[in-house]
Design a protein around this ligand. Structure first.
Ligand code: ZN
Length: 159
């Protein structure tokens, strides 16, 4: 089953990633099920933000508290790979909890979607998740938008 990410969220995250030259931006994805409809940016509090990311614990706690009080559900996280690949690194696999959450990775021109699981194909921790882009009208924009045949979990950011 495909996940869905709204066009406005994807555009905002691509702009955030582009605005940070050389360091990783990060934050939380909100929505329902596998449908991403919002995002909460965080400061990257990692010691070496060029090489890894760590969501600010204060941002996470505030989001969890809001969720408990009827706010948007946290369904995953995002971060950027400024010079890299839209696939999780070994460091990402080491840091990820196998909690079934979505991981969106923004590279320079592509985005990849993954799920953190206990027994994944990528470094034992991540499974690729096919996804489509939704627009306010509900249409699935960008069909065939993946430039990589056979890799429906990777999509171009250069619409
Ligand atoms: Zn990473």
């Amino acid at each position: 089953m495909s996940a869905h990410i709204s066009r406005s969220v994807l555009d905002a995250l691509a702009a955030l990633a582009r605005s940070a030259s050389g360091w990783e931006v990060c934050g939380l994805l909100t929505g329902e099920g596998d449908r991403v409809t919002g995002h909460l940016p965080s400061t990257n509090v990692a010691d070496d933000p060029a090489m890894r990311f760590e969501i600010d614990p204060a941002t996470l706690l505030a989001a969890l508290k809001a969720e408990r009080h009827g706010g948007p559900a946290i369904i995953g996280c995002y971060h950027s790979h400024p010079s890299g690949d839209p696939a999780p690194s070994r460091t990402d696999a080491h840091d990820a909890a196998p909690d079934g959450k979505l991981w969106l990775i923004l590279a320079a021109h592509e985005a990849g979607l993954w799920r953190a699981v206990a027994d994944g194909a990528r470094f034992g921790r991540f499974e690729p998740v096919p996804w489509t882009i939704t627009t306010p009208s509900g249409l699935h924009a960008g069909a065939g938008f993946s430039k990589r045949p056979g890799e429906p979990h990777i999509r171009s950011l250069d619409a």
